[in-house]
Design a protein around this ligand. Structure first.
Ligand code: PMM
Length: 303
């Protein structure tokens, strides 16, 4: 991705939520010092970049004020960037994105894909930084009411295509647009699973790098609960399931996974990369590595 280091595998984006109320880690990294230390710990555990956010987007969450979001995010971005960390800012506000970029962030992650704030696309275009466009159907306060689809994969692809258009029309270099299916945002568990199953199609049809953010989300709780009568495990007991999605996403060619617990996903993407290299080296009857000696058309067989 233009403007970022070149990772030769799926990257791992560690999450630092400077919020009192995020669904899985709200309140844990709420003061600047703790948040910066946590970001550095995530890098030590294998994160390639760190996503800093100051506003919870869990279902039902109300917005925080701009001043409060700035107060939470800026010192943490500054602290991490000052230590050489590749920082992205998770915000729907253009003003917060602009100030975070000044403070050292190098990527803007907007869960609304530019829809929440009309000033966002111009700010990102002017800064010339990579922009994550997530599939989004409206603010978290009532997003669950919008989890209605007849063909979730087709609709998410076409709505994301609309967001790409708006971003590019607004001056953002298409080479700097990243896409995210928005797992858990106006989606039920079956929608999230269908989207994870369709990552390759999404990549093929939209032809942009994908960020996959399954970390600790409800659909994983639902899968682990096994049946509807069993309570899902709490968010912090969904990290192994998250790492499983990281391996799958990596195998489907995702650009990055966004996770709260980094170590397991850092291992997962490295294993997926090693398997991919091994697959590339296999003689392949379809001819990916040239024809095998047994192939009647091969030079060997014709001798
Ligand atoms: N999910 C959350 C926050 N930011 N950003 C992107 N690009 N994709 C997501 O799915 C996403 C996000 C939800 O809250 P969390 O920070 O606790 O994961």
């Amino acid at each position: 991705m233009d403007g970022l280091p070149d990772w030769d595998r799926c990257a791992v984006m560690g999450v630092v939520n400077v919020t009192p109320d995020s669904f899985s880690d709200g309140g844990r990294w709420f003061d600047t010092g703790t948040a910066v230390k946590h970001g550095l710990d995530l890098v030590a555990q294998g994160a390639d970049l760190v996503d800093v956010g100051g506003e919870s987007t869990r279902p039902g969450a109300a917005r925080v004020s701009e001043d409060e979001e700035l107060r939470r995010v800026l010192p943490v971005v500054r602290g991490l960037a000052g230590e050489g960390v590749v920082v992205s800012v998770d915000t729907m506000r253009a003003s917060v994105a602009a100030r975070a970029l000044e403070a050292g962030a190098v990527l803007v992650n907007d869960v609304s894909g530019g829809l929440a704030d009309p000033a966002m696309v111009p700010v990102v275009a002017e800064a010339g930084v990579p922009f994550v466009v997530m599939h989004w159907r409206g603010q978290s306060i009532d997003m669950n009411n919008r989890a209605v689809y007849t063909d979730v994969v087709g609709e998410v692809i076409s709505e994301l295509a609309g967001s790409i258009h708006r971003a590019v029309d607004g001056g953002i270099d298409p080479a700097r647009v990243l896409l995210d299916p928005g797992l858990g945002f106006a989606k039920r568990a079956e929608h999230d699973l269908a989207l994870v199953a369709a990552l390759a199609r999404m990549r093929a049809e939209l032809d942009r790098p994908l960020l996959v953010a399954a970390s600790r989300k409800r659909f994983l709780g639902r899968v682990l609960a096994d049946d509807k009568a069993t309570a899902p495990p709490p968010a912090r007991e969904r990290d192994a399931a998250t790492a499983a999605v990281s391996a799958l996403a990596s195998r489907e060619g995702a650009w990055a996974v966004r996770v709260h617990e980094v170590r397991a996903s850092a291992d997962a993407v490295r294993v997926a990369r090693a398997v991919e290299s091994a697959a590339d080296a296999l003689p392949d009857t379809l001819g990916r590595q040239g024809k095998t000696p047994e192939d009647p058309d091969s030079a060997e067989a014709q001798r």
